[in-house]
Design a protein around this ligand. Structure first.
Ligand SMILES: [Fe+2]
Length: 86
């Protein structure tokens, strides 16, 4: 494939860019889990604490969804998980 400026742009480059974005998104989701978890621990109000703990659970779901995409696009990474029985 050729990009707008005439440079060669292959499918592998596109896949590598997607993987980079997905890995960055994973970092953000892991940081969000830590952040919300710390906040949940500090909240005195029970309802607020439960809502933030629910958000922690949702962030963990996002991690699983993103990891599923990474494993589909990165067979080497998928192999590492498989080696560990994951
Ligand atoms: Fe998220």
């Amino acid at each position: 494939m050729v990009s707008g400026n005439g440079e060669e742009w292959c499918e592998e480059d596109s896949k590598a860019m997607d993987l980079e974005m997905l890995r960055d998104a994973l970092i953000s989701e892991f940081q969000a889990v830590n952040q919300y978890r710390e906040q949940a621990d500090m909240l005195d109000d029970e309802e607020a604490r439960e809502v933030v703990q629910h958000i922690v659970s949702e962030e963990k779901e996002h991690i699983a969804e993103l990891m599923k995409l990474v494993l589909r696009l990165d067979p080497e990474q998928a192999g590492k998980f498989k080696e560990l029985g994951l």
